[in-house]
Design a protein around this ligand. Sequence first.
Ligand SMILES: Cc1cc2nc3c(=O)[nH]c(=O)nc-3n(C[C@H](O)[C@H](O)[C@H](O)COP(=O)(O)OP(=O)(O)OC[C@H]3O[C@@H](n4cnc5c(N)ncnc54)[C@H](O)[C@@H]3O)c2cc1C
Length: 417
Amino acid sequence: MRFSGLRVLKEGLTGNKGWGAHWRDAAPKPEYDAIIIGGGGHGLSTAYYLAKNHGLTNIAVLEKGYIGGGNVGRNTTIVRANYFLNGNSEFYSHSMKLWEGLEQDLNYNVMHSQRGLINLFHSDGQRDAFARRGNAMANQGDDAVLLDTEGVRKMLPYLAFDNTRFPIYGGLYHPRGGTARHDAVAWGYARGADMRGVDIIQNCEVTGIDIENGAVTGVQTTRGAIKSKKIGVTVAGRSGQVAAMAGMRLPIESHVLQAFVTEGLKPVIDHVISFGMGHFYISQSDKGGLVFGGDLDFYASYAARGNLPMKEHVMEAGMTLMPMIGKAKVLRSWGGIMDMTPDGSPIIDKSPVDGLYLNCGWCYGGFKAVPGSGSVFSHLMATDTYHPDATGFQLDRFRTGVGLIDEEGTGSQHNLH
Ligand SMILES: Cc1cc2nc3c(=O)[nH]c(=O)nc-3n(C[C@H](O)[C@H](O)[C@H](O)COP(=O)(O)OP(=O)(O)OC[C@H]3O[C@@H](n4cnc5c(N)ncnc54)[C@H](O)[C@@H]3O)c2cc1C
């Protein structure tokens, strides 16, 4: 089933009866060439690129719940390539390029909107730091424009520019940054993988990993045992638990992050904005809701919901930056479980167990990484070599301390990244 303007028109005129399911409801087979544990963004994109780029199609994606039920369908949908440090820089640049061709590649409308991201700064020191970041982005081939107060005012006139405590000195504008419809990204990859023969198996929780003589041989699941000599783990906030099934203790803590959406409003915010003096970021969804979020709740948890103090903190930051937001009614809030590493950067690596590969540690920035992550992780799983744009994400850096990618400069404390 291909989507096209003509098809949409025809279906619209004939009662929309010709659309089929986007992927098959596959039952597990006894054995696969590769298994991906976790049907979030990273698992689905890995399966898709394994099939598309490496010709591996006898693959199963095992998802304990439903596609889109994890963080891939819970995030604030910000897509950007504005990293400073080597390691992250080239990887997110790689991911951004894939985003830019994704809808054509998947033949699926993921509503990728490059509406521009503006990171505000509120002091001279912060301006210097953002100028430096902007130069690093430009050196990487990405786009960055340093705006002064008037430059920001032209684009975002509704902000509180003269707040006594946090006056707006300017912003780092990243025109190619923006948003995408999060669950459509999961659905688009699921459909694309399924079309290439990948079995997407929902309601199938992995409960054990079978290992013989130091190599994986398969998994135990709630739908029976399944054999495979190649297994990729892409379970985001559950990474520690699944790695423990293979006897590993990962340098990861799971923390809860909340997000919020207001009632639908007429178009008012046409960029992605992030406040530089409190953790607060906001955009407006295509349905009109203001989608915003802030910091982690700061305690480790597996509960996909947060607590009131962080809600209060986020609302305060929003009111400080744009007092008009006080008129909007919050419709919903929710949480997701973040796989936080000690340096705030991900792990894409082989594990000490032969045939078992790890993809985790996305902290709260893994949505924008979905295309890039699938592309480089499938490369690693298929060839056993690191993709040139993802050589820095090796597990060993946490043992040796060499090659840490501490973008925030906060040191080895998971919840501060
Ligand atoms: C509130 C919030 C806001 C965020 N905002 C942004 C943002 O604006 N921009 C950005 O880039 N990132 C953002 N993120 C981060 C981003 O959403 C995550 O880093 C990313 O989605 C994680 O990867 P994933 O999609 O594969 O995870 P998930 O969708 O969580 O996928 C993992 C899957 O593994 C499954 N699983 C777990 N254990 C098992 C098992 N034993 N067997 C089988 N399946 C299992 C889970 O059910 C889940 O579906 C945000 C996250 C949250 C929660």
